[in-house]
Write a protein that binds this ligand. Structure first.
Ligand SMILES: Nc1nc2c(ncn2[C@@H]2O[C@H](COP(=O)(O)OP(=O)(O)OP(=O)(O)O)[C@@H](O)[C@H]2O)c(=O)[nH]1
Ligand SMILES: [Mg+2]
Length: 505
């Protein structure tokens, strides 16, 4: 304690003692003067003072314990894995609720099953290690060496392992059981190779810990695969195998290069060099010796990682899996909604075209079109779970119609269709046909823009309505689309119109 603090403490104590003495002497003075006049009142005063004193003592004790508590040497258990598991549970609950919205029965069942599989990991909690990498890098040999016996078939040509295999074992110093999965090699040629790679990648994504095996310097394609797995948060150890094929100095050079290249992706400690199945060595005597596998650096690193991070890895992985499932479900729902909403737009664009083409107006009547579009807006909103009334739908449709005019989309569309229809439609029909098809087209642009608006939860985004409309106009101008659209318009609008006019005429 410094001198100044000691001095302050002494002065403080003297002051408090002085005040207490003064208080006690004044109170005793008060008591004696009161008890002289009325002994009963004196006694009441004494009791009151005693109660006050006890209360003061209790308050002092309470605050003393209150302030002492945080200093207690009490280490809470690490909460992180529990929190992550909780978060995963919440995500899974949310996913199940969303899955119920999916209309396709097969997808719905498949996704529900996946959510149950993830849930099972809460109770069945062995650590999942997946051995992954290019064909013939020595994945099966590593698993063999680890299990201490020949398990999988080992071979020089790529594609020796055709399906994944899982084996269980334990490290003495790691509490949990470990399940190690040998996968088919990636980057093999042909359709079968591609399919095997897809499976291997799926397994890699589901791993708690990944052993990424190389037998040489890292190829670009291997780098990309490793980077994308690390990017999604996959905990990985990079294993350089077959080091018996290189002089020790060269191994150091390769390792150094790997550490440097991968410094943003993987920690240097997580890059290990081993020889899972070293080549036999011919001795001068003509005898051939089979050296023992050298996988100690890998085992050491695995134990270190699994011991210190095992619980976190499991929790992280369950969370990751449930988030990925959630994302998949969201995408599926979005795709389903989009299909339904596009059907609505399709229907309304031709309704609008029919109405406008029989109304003899010199230009497309946007307000009339907007009135039809209002119903479309309500229906699209409903698909996205936004219940808006017809009045609001009309407001939105009108403001979008105004934007279409101000952006020159209406004029642009009319010009486009004037050219497109000239060769296809007789002169007596052309005026109305242009109006009809332009109305259909504008309804389409409006509908597509509204789909964007509802997809973004009733928000036009930073660029506002203008940017969304412009983007849709750009997208719906492509030659290929235009050709199909004009043909549909001729079949659905122009021909019925021609027949009608013939009947009337
Ligand atoms: N020299 C040497 N050769 C090895 C080593 N490990 C594996 N090999 C050889 O590499 C070849 C491929 O080994 P596998 O274990 O089958 O490789 P893999 O990655 O499982 O191959 P796929 O299943 O085809 O993807 C075999 O001929 C092994 O004997 C090693 O440490 N040193
Ligand atoms: Mg193999």
């Amino acid at each position: 304690m410094s001198w100044s603090r000691l001095l302050t403490a002494i002065v403080g104590i003297i002051l408090v003692l002085g005040l207490m003495i003064w208080l006690i002497s004044s109170l005793s003075g008060l008591y004696s003067s009161v008890s002289v006049t009325s002994p009963l009142l004196g006694n009441v005063l004494l009791v009151l003072l005693l109660v006050l004193f006890v209360l003061l003592l209790a308050a002092a004790g309470y605050f003393y314990f209150l302030f002492r508590q945080p200093q207690r040497k009490h280490r809470p258990l690490p909460k992180a894995p529990v929190e992550k598991t909780e978060a995963a549970r919440e995500t899974l609950d949310a996913v199940r609720q969303q899955v119920a919205q999916i209309q396709d029965e097969v997808s719905r069942q498949a996704l529900l099953e996946r959510s149950h599989e993830i849930e099972q990991r809460f109770s069945h909690r062995a650590l999942q290690v997946v051995v992954f990498g290019t064909g013939s890098a020595g994945k099966t040999s590593i698993v063999n060496a680890m299990m201490g016996r020949m398990i999988g078939e080992v071979g020089a040509p790529m594609g020796t392992t055709e399906i994944s295999q899982t084996y269980s074992f334990r490290f003495k110093s790691v509490d949990r059981e470990i399940q190690i999965t040998d996968t088919p090699g990636i980057l093999e040629a042909g359709i079968i190779g591609t399919e095997r790679e897809r499976l291997a990648r799926q397994l890699a994504t589901a791993a708690d810990l990944l052993l990424f095996v190389l037998d040489n310097d890292l190829r670009k394609s291997e780098y990309e695969a490793l980077r994308s797995l690390c990017e999604i948060g996959k905990r990985s150890i990079l294993v350089l195998n077959k080091i018996d094929l290189y002089p020790t100095d060269d191994v150091e050079v390769i390792l150094e290069r790997l550490r440097e290249r991968l410094q943003s992706v993987i920690s240097p400690d997580d890059i290990v060099a081993i020889a899972a199945n070293p080549q036999p060595i011919p001795l001068e005597t003509g005898e051939i010796v089979q050296p023992d596998p050298d996988i100690i650096p890998l085992l050491r690193r695995m134990v270190a990682v699994l011991r210190s991070e095992g619980e976190d890895l499991i929790a992280d992985n369950i969370l990751l899996q449930s988030q990925r499932l959630g994302e998949e479900v969201r995408q599926l729902i979005d795709a389903e909604r989009l299909r339904q909403a596009e059907k609505i737009v399709d229907r309304y664009q031709w309704i609008g075209a029919g109405v406008v083409s029989v109304t003899p107006l010199p230009v497309v009547d946007l307000l009339a079109a907007a009135a039809i579009n209002a119903q479309m807006v309500v229906e699209i909103g409903r698909i996205y779970g936004c219940d808006i009334n017809l009045e609001r739908g009309k407001e939105l449709a009108i403001s979008l119609a105004k934007t279409l005019v101000s952006l020159g989309v209406v004029r642009g569309a009319m010009e486009l269709f004037t050219i497109a229809l000239q060769t296809n439609v007789g002169t007596f029909l052309i005026g109305r046909a242009i109006q009809g098809i332009t109305a259909a087209y504008l309804t389409r642009i409006a509908g597509k823009s509204f789909i964007e608006y509802f997809r973004r939860n009733q928000d036009w985004g930073d660029g506002g309505m203008t940017e969304v409309v412009q983007a849709q106009f750009q997208l719906n101008q492509r030659d290929e689309f235009m050709r199909v659209f004009v043909q549909q318009a001729i079949d659905r609008v122009v021909q019925p119109l021609g027949e009608r006019m013939k009947d009337e005429g």
